[in-house]
Design a protein around this ligand. Structure first.
Ligand SMILES: C[S@@+](CC[C@H](N)C(=O)[O-])C[C@H]1O[C@@H](n2cnc3c(N)ncnc32)[C@H](O)[C@@H]1O
Length: 216
C-alpha cells in the first residue's frame, strides 16, 4: 500500500514556517530568468480568459508576478498562516483556503491555473489525484502550468528555515509527470527542464510543465 503524505503535517509545516518562508521566497522570480520567461508565456496563452488561480500559492510571489503581468488571479493554499502572509504582503489579491486534492470548485469552472512547487509533498498517488482534480475544474481549453523538482528521490527533512520539522520532499521524473497529465486527459503537454541557479535556490534540477484541457 502506498503511504499518503499526511496533509495535516503539510499544513502544520507551512503554518510553522510561514513568516520565514514569506521573507525567504517573496520576489524570488526576479532572480530566476527562466521562471520569468515561463510566466510570461503563461500570461500570453491566458490572455483575457478568467478566472485564473495559483494553487499552493504560499506567500503569493507567483500570484503577484502574474498580477503584475495584467492577469486577474487568486491564490489558494492549505495553510491558513501562509495565507495570512500572502494577504498581508499582497492586499489587492484574493487568497483562500483549499485543498488541491479535493477542490470545492465546480467542473469546467476555471480558465487557467499555476502551481509552483505545490506538489513537493505529494506521493505519486497524490500527484495523479491532483492532475485529475485540476483537469476536472479547468474549462475546456484551460491551461495548467506547474513546477517540480526532477528526480526519483524522497528527502526527509527535520529542519527547514530554522524550525524543527518532520516532512518528506518528493522529486519526480518527467516521464512520470508526463504520464499523469496524459492519463488525466490533458493534451499539448510540454515539459521544460532546467539546471538550478547556484546560490539562488536549492540545487536540484527543475521542470515547468504546461498542459491544456482539450477544447477551444
Ligand atoms: C513548497 S511550497 C510552494 C509555495 C509557492 N507556490 C512557492 O513557489 O514558493 C508548497 C505550498 O503548497 C501548499 N500545499 C501543499 N499541499 C497542498 C494541498 N493539498 N492543497 C493546497 N495547498 C497545498 C503548502 O501549504 C505550501 O504553501
Amino acid at each position: 500500500m502506498i503511504m499518503e503524505q499526511d496533509l495535516n503535517k503539510v499544513e502544520h509545516l507551512y503554518d510553522t514556517v510561514a513568516k520565514k518562508y514569506a521573507e525567504t521566497f517573496s520576489g524570488e522570480h526576479e532572480k530566476k530568468p527562466k521562471d520569468q520567461e515561463i510566466l510570461h508565456r503563461f500570461s500570453i496563452k491566458i490572455g483575457d480568459r478568467r478566472p485564473i488561480w495559483d494553487f499552493g500559492c504560499g506567500p503569493g510571489q507567483t500570484t503577484e508576478y502574474l498580477k503584475n503581468l495584467g492577469i486577474e488571479i487568486s491564490g489558494l493554499d492549505l495553510s491558513e498562516k501562509i495565507l495570512e502572509q500572502a494577504r498581508t504582503i499582497h492586499p489587492g489579491i484574493h487568497f483562500q483556503k483549499g485543498n488541491i486534492l479535493e477542490f470545492e470548485f465546480d467542473n469546467d469552472s476555471i480558465a487557467g491555473a499555476v502551481a509552483f512547487y505545490a506538489i513537493v509533498h505529494f506521493t505519486e498517488e497524490q500527484v495523479k489525484i491532483a492532475c485529475r482534480e485540476v483537469y476536472r475544474v479547468l474549462k475546456p481549453g484551460g491551461i495548467f502550468l506547474f513546477t517540480y523538482h526532477i528526480g526519483k528521490e524522497t528527502i526527509h527533512v527535520e529542519e527547514f528555515l530554522g524550525k524543527k520539522i518532520d516532512i518528506d520532499f518528493m522529486f519526480f521524473t518527467t516521464d512520470f509527470i508526463f504520464s499523469c497529465l496524459n492519463d488525466s486527459g490533458f493534451e499539448k503537454i510540454e515539459i521544460i527542464e532546467r539546471e538550478p541557479y547556484p546560490g539562488v535556490e536549492y540545487e536540484s534540477r527543475r521542470a515547468y510543465a504546461f498542459a491544456k484541457k482539450p477544447g477551444l
